[in-house]
Design a protein around this ligand. Structure first.
Ligand code: B12
Ligand code: SF4
Length: 465
């Protein structure tokens, strides 16, 4: 469970329990609130942190009748991450698959819980295992794959420079090793069938490392979500993200991605205490000027486990605001129909004003003319039309995830999103390639790992995106 689907998760868990199932919860929300699934979701057990290793133990204990209440899955090493059981999934129901290559993020943004739950030490999965899982997916007909990393760029040039200046040889070595592993992964991705498209999430600092961006392009990592968050220095400071640039330097940095063949999905947050009414217009203008291919404009939400949440919970402790008996600081337990859309009061604007202005920004960025102009980045008319559909789908999906003004609009947005998704899915899927062979990897214990056999047989008739 995530926080956003916890209430529904508990409902599903109770239904399963009533029908005689043993119910085990895990995921980020259960990790942060391990008692809640017992109180709300008829849990038999809860696994916190990583489930890769713990899950097997839970199953064995349940079978033996000696299950524990809470299992600590811990933060396992990257070499222990497991591939998903893709064989259990109805592949024709999905547009893309996702594979995580690294967990954890060295940054500490105030609105993000990743560095707290996944840790600040990047835990990298050996590239051979990532490639094997991706080949499995391509054999099943997935050609679009999200590299579902918190931060695809775990070592910055600044990190390396600082370690060298401090003569910290051990650190230089460990950072270099992480960086080299990334390049090895990208080199292997580049050998996969050329109809494959990857996208990921990355910090803006990677724009300073064009060697890295070029490797991404060669690896067919065609897009990345970049957390821009705010376009002003005050806004960036407010979210502990002052390693990002603002103003013209920000525009330049975002454009660098495009120049090196990586499309940007810019992610912006509204509702920061430093935001003013003029921030909305300034943000959308910047997004348009920077030429980001997609953009999302999310409203500030205090997710549990974050610095923002901790601060807000403390503020509320004395006299908590209640919604039908539930404190606002447990907002995920409030039924969606009566759940407020914003939780933290803003010094200048009401929640409604922030929501309406955010909607306008979405409308402006995704108006048909603007989408059509952006679609010029694709090579054919068919691809341009697909781009338009995808942009509209993205906009509709987000309109249904909390920023829409009322339930009628949300319902309409969802119906539209489903319809567009059905059309778009066709563009995403590819003919399965069961003939694709897995590489034979050389053992890690001998020097650097290299391929001992040609990576894959090339597809004969695959279309290039
Ligand atoms: C990729 C990603 C996305 C992608 C998803 C693409 C896709 N189709 O999969 C996209 C971009 C769409 C996305 C969107 C959003 N995301 Co997101 N996303 C992630 C990210 C980076 C990776 C998720 C992932 O695949 N992890 C890999 C799997 C293997 O890890 P896992 O899910 O944690 O599972 C492990 C354990 O938790 C455990 N486990 C999990 N479930 C279970 C169940 C059982 C029974 C057991 C035993 C164990 C167990 O075992 C697993 C293996 O170790 C996470 C960060 C993160 N580190 O997880 C954020 C994250 C999940 N997202 C987050 C958020 C906030 C969002 C959005 C709400 C953003 C927004 N404002 O719009 C939307 C919501 C979308 C939605 N409707 O649900 C937050 C959630 C916070 C919270 N407390 O719930 C996270 C944690 C990031 C953060 N900044 O804090 N996201
Ligand atoms: S928002 Fe991104 S950069 Fe900041 S801590 Fe989270 S994952 Fe890392």
């Amino acid at each position: 469970m995530h926080t956003g689907n916890a209430l529904r998760g508990y409902e599903v868990g109770r239904l399963a329990h009533d029908r005689g199932a043993r119910v085990v919860y895990g995921g980020i929300h259960a990790t942060l609130f391990p008692e809640e699934p017992f109180e709300r979701g008829a849990a038999d057990a809860v696994v916190n942190c990583d489930g890769d290793v713990a899950w097997g133990q839970v199953l064995r204990d349940l079978e033996a009748g000696c299950a524990k209440r809470i299992y600590d899955g811990g933060k396992i090493g990257g070499d222990e991450f497991l591939a998903a059981r893709w064989d259990l999934m109805q592949t024709d129901k999905y547009m893309w698959a996702s594979v995580q290559t690294i967990r954890g993020c060295p940054k500490h943004c105030s609105f993000c819980s990743v560095w707290r739950t996944d840790g600040q030490k990047p835990r990298q999965r050996p590239f051979e295992k990532v490639i094997d899982e991706i080949i499995d997916l391509r054999r099943r007909g997935f050609r679009f794959i999200a590299l579902a990393d918190d931060n695809f760029y775990p070592v910055t040039m600044t990190d390396l420079r600082l370690a060298r200046e401090q003569h910290n040889l051990e650190k230089v070595e460990s950072l270099t090793q992480i960086r080299n592993e990334r390049f090895s992964l990208m080199a292997e991705l580049a050998k996969l069938p050329q109809d494959m498209v990857f996208f990921t999430q990355i910090t803006m600092e990677s724009a300073e490392d064009t060697e890295y961006l070029d490797a991404m392009r060669r690896a067919n990592i065609k897009g990345a979500l970049v957390g821009v968050e705010a376009v002003t220095p005050e806004g960036l400071k407010a979210v502990y993200k002052d390693f990002n640039y603002s103003g013209d330097r920000l525009v330049e940095q975002l454009q660098t991605f495009r120049k090196h063949g990586v499309h940007v999905l810019g992610s912006f947050i509204f509702g920061l205490p430093t935001d003013k009414p003029s921030t909305f217009e300034a943000t959308v203008e910047l997004a348009l000027k920077a030429g980001v291919t997609f953009a999302q404009f999310v409203m500030m939400t205090p997710f549990p486990g974050t610095v923002d949440f901790g601060r807000w919970e403390k503020e509320q402790a004395e006299n908590p605001m209640m919604v039908e008996g539930t404190p606002i600081t447990r907002y995920w337990l409030i039924p969606t129909a009566i759940r407020p859309k914003m939780f933290t009061p803003h010094p200048l604007m009401s929640s409604d004003e922030i929501r309406e202005r955010t909607q306008k920004v979405w409308d402006r960025f995704y108006e048909l003319g603007a989408i059509w102009r952006r679609s010029a980045c694709t090579p054919t008319l068919r691809a341009r039309l697909a781009f338009v559909l995808l942009s509209k789908l993205y906009r509709q999906m987000y309109a249904g995830t909390g920023i829409s003004t009322d339930s009628a609009r949300r319902k309409k947005a969802k119906t539209w999103a489903r319809w567009i998704a059905r059309q778009t899915r066709k563009v995403f899927r590819a003919t399965p390639m069961p003939e694709l062979i897995y590489p034979m990897w050389r053992s890690r214990s001998t020097q650097l790992t290299q391929l001992t056999a040609p990576s894959v047989i090339k597809p004969s008739n695959s279309s290039v995106a």
